[in-house]
Design a protein around this ligand. Structure first.
Ligand code: AMP
Length: 474
């Protein structure tokens, strides 16, 4: 990567209206119909650069408006340079890790491009018949949104050629690698024309992702809306320390007690997701699950019911939930904490989308304490906790701390304490993680009862905002 690749991080941008980007009128009309008034920070930063034809690395989570950040410059290009795609070819390829996310990206292209003609948008995802997809590609399309496996199937059966691609988008690159798509991606990239524009998006930039980006991009501009691997600022995060066996009752209690609009509940396993659905149904609470063992039809039905409010509780595993784009998810509950800390960031990114406020509540049992420590290390803050364990152990937890009070790791804080060591150890603990002098949870000590009715974090944050201005960039 060249020097310029490292310097193009624009913290804020003076562009505050979509009209400032020089986008074609039919696109601006569609945006007005979508009621997008203000570009989000990732849009303000990405759109002008991508419109110049430059490669971009965007570090942004889902929920920041990144789909429009790449879709709008692409649609503008297709509008400015109208030409029929060759048979079995596409002009723009968007690679995404899951079927759900791919469907949502294709829908976004359709929405923003609704006044552009001709504009053929096709979807190539697994889990459904390949034949209609091959037929849709026969005459060529402008935009193809695909998961890597199905894309290669289409190429192998000669229903698709990749030698005409002008723009490649790789979305959620970190998750692609987590899901084992690295070889498929490299195979696909090897078939593309060298002369192309590449737009590369990832929520985090671990070294393997950086390596992949170096292989795929030419002199990219780098844009970022959250510091690498930090948690969405607007999510109010809390932990409830609990026993494993008490989690079902705790979840039912929480769902009954709270004014929750829509809640996504995460479990580590598919089996766990089904179990939670059964438990909730038994407690008289409507819930459904989406995970890899569900058919495409079942997943779509569950998502539709969640989206239109027929069920307000959806249980999901990490992979299935990737890319779920449902507005108004007020709460995320981590019924199990993820063992991969980055997944926590992805999970809580399902709420607080496009500038709204959201609440993330994590249940943490004894075995999950190391996961919690890893998460706190990654997001560089300690998450305020409440102790709901029946037997009181030394809490080793901080008093409730405002999410804004971030603690930087790696150097002493203002009191001169050392940061925590991996997987704890009392000597190396951070001030905020230090054991309470009396070995009791601070919340209890202040005389608060343990009932959920008294847990402050369950109150909703200020009302939803439709658009996020550049002021939220960091
Ligand atoms: P994304 O990060 O692309 O998944 O977008 C998250 C949500 O924000 C989607 O529901 C978009 O429709 C919405 N959105 C994206 N950009 C804007 C904007 N500028 N103003 C309002 N809503 C937006």
């Amino acid at each position: 990567m060249s020097d310029t690749a490292h310097i193009a991080i624009q913290k804020r941008d003076s562009l505050t209206s979509f009209n400032d980007f020089g986008l074609a009128e039919p696109i601006l009309r569609a945006l007005a119909e979508e009621k997008y008034e203000t570009p989000t920070p990732i849009q303000s930063q990405t759109i002008p650069i991508a419109c110049q034809g430059r490669d971009v690395i965007g570090i942004a989570q889902t929920g920041t408006g990144k789909t429009a950040a790449f879709a709008l410059p692409i649609l503008n290009r297709l509008y400015a340079k109208r030409q029929r795609p060759a048979q079995k070819a596409c002009r723009v390829l968007v690679l995404s890790p899951t079927r759900e996310l791919s469907g949502q990206i294709a829908d976004s292209f359709r929405a923003y491009g609704r006044h552009l003609r001709p504009l053929e948008i096709a979807l190539a995802i697994g889990g459904v018949s390949i034949r209609p997809q091959a037929r849709a590609l026969a005459r060529g399309v402008e935009v193809l949104v695909a998961t890597p496996g199905r894309l290669l199937d289409l190429v192998n059966q000669r229903s698709l050629r990749l030698d005409q691609i002008e723009v490649l988008v790789l979305d959620e690159a970190d998750r692609m690698l987590d899901m084992g798509f690295i070889h498929d991606i490299r195979r696909i990239v090897a078939m593309l024309p060298r002369e192309r524009q590449t737009l590369f998006f990832s929520a985090t930039m671990p070294p393997e992702v950086t390596k992949l980006s170096a292989h795929m991009l030419r002199d990219p501009a780098r844009v970022a809306v959250t510091p690498q691997a930090t948690t969405a600022e607007r999510v109010d995060q809390r932990v409830i320390l609990t026993e494993k066996a008490a989690k079902p009752a705790l979840l039912a209690e929480l769902l009954n007690a709270e004014p929750i609009d829509r809640v996504l509940v995460f479990t580590r396993t598919k089996h766990g997701a089904d179990k939670v659905v059964r438990l909730l149904n038994k407690a008289g609470l409507a819930a459904d699950a989406i995970h890899g063992n569900k058919s495409q039809g079942q997943r779509e039905r569950a998502l539709a019911a969640f989206r239109d409010g027929r069920i307000r509780t959806l249980i999901a595993t990490d992979i299935a939930a990737r890319g779920i784009d449902v507005d108004g998810v007020s709460h995320v509950v981590n019924y199990d904490l993820p063992n991969v800390p980055e997944s926590y960031v992805h999970r809580i990114g399902r709420t607080a989308r496009a500038g709204r406020a959201g609440i993330a509540i994590s249940f943490c049992d004894h075995e999950e304490r190391p996961f919690l420590r890893d998460i706190e290390r990654l997001i560089r803050m300690s998450i305020p906790s409440t102790d709901r364990r029946s037997t009181q152990r030394p809490a080793h937890r901080p008093a409730a701390q405002h999410p804004g009070q971030r603690q930087q790791h790696g150097r002493p804080n203002h009191r001169g304490n050392r940061p925590p060591r991996r997987h704890g150890g009392s000597n190396g603990q951070h001030a905020a993680l230090a054991p309470h002098p009396h070995g009791r949870p601070p919340e209890r000590e202040r005389g608060e009862p343990s009932g959920l009715g008294n847990v402050k974090f369950l109150q909703r944050s200020p009302g939803p905002r439709r658009s996020a201005g550049p002021g939220t960039a960091n």
